[in-house]
Design a protein around this ligand. Structure first.
Ligand code: PLP
Length: 229
């Protein structure tokens, strides 16, 4: 594909609005997170110039450089990668959202290390829908306990759930996975976790299935910036 970043962003926005209509989702209910890992600053600036504000990063060191260099812009930064506990301080001070929480120790450190002049860090619990032991994420069976563990943490806000289902499924199988996450969110709301609203689900190759099942944040890298090397 040789389209430019601005053309690709317009195309992704167009797809999102078509899928919102097709699956009777309210217009504007799906937020586009541009996944900018491995992308140089120039590419991020091209996206910013198209009005993109929310960016996702996976690697703390790489993200720190970009966030500081782009501080003049009014952006929203989302951490979406695996978290080592020695990186929580940097993450707590630079990011607005963290999608990849799967243990209470990390959530506790982020809450303790969140600078007091910033609003609470919005966090999403990452769920392992395929129960492969090698993958990140809390099992569905452990989700409620983890949610309870967050209750006394004052500087984080439990904003929802995130998942990365196994790739290579057809759209029906993708929808079945994403439906599990939506049901888990609904269950938590019934248990009184009212702030648990968001579903971070859908990437370049499965965004239609995710939007069909209620995604509120799609995390798109390749379809915006092209293949990563
Ligand atoms: C890299 C990444 C994405 C983006 O994936 P694409 O297939 O390039 O759209 C989304 N979510 C997470 C957690 C990622 O690491």
């Amino acid at each position: 594909m040789s389209a430019s970043i601005p053309e690709r962003i317009l195309e992704v926005r167009h797809q999102i609005s078509l899928f919102e209509k097709k699956y009777r989702r309210p217009s504007g209910s799906v937020k586009l997170l541009a996944v900018s890992k491995t992308q140089p600053q120039e590419n991020i600036i091209q996206a910013i110039e198209c009005g993109q504000k929310a960016f996702g990063e996976n690697y703390t060191q790489e993200a720190e450089k970009k966030i500081l260099a782009l501080a003049a812009y009014d952006l929203e930064w989302h951490f979406i990668g695996p978290i080592q506990s020695n990186k929580t301080k940097t993450i707590a001070s630079l990011f607005d959202w963290v999608h990849s929480i799967d243990r209470s120790k990390i959530a506790r450190r982020l809450s303790e290390q969140r600078p007091s002049h910033l609003p609470p860090l919005k966090i999403l619990l990452q769920v392992n829908l395929d129960s492969e032991s090698s993958k990140a994420g809390v099992a569905l069976s452990g989700l409620e306990k983890l949610a309870h563990d967050l209750k006394d943490l004052n500087n984080i806000e439990f904003a929802g759930l995130m998942a990365i289902p196994a790739p290579g499924k057809d759209i029906q199988a993708q929808r079945a996975s994403f439906r599990l996450l939506a049901q888990a969110r609904d269950n938590l709301q019934r248990q009184g976790f009212n702030s648990c609203q968001h579903l971070s689900m859908g990437m370049s190759s499965d965004k239609e299935a995710a939007i069909a099942e209620g995604s509120t944040i799609v995390r798109i890298g390749t379809d915006i910036f092209g293949p990563r090397n």
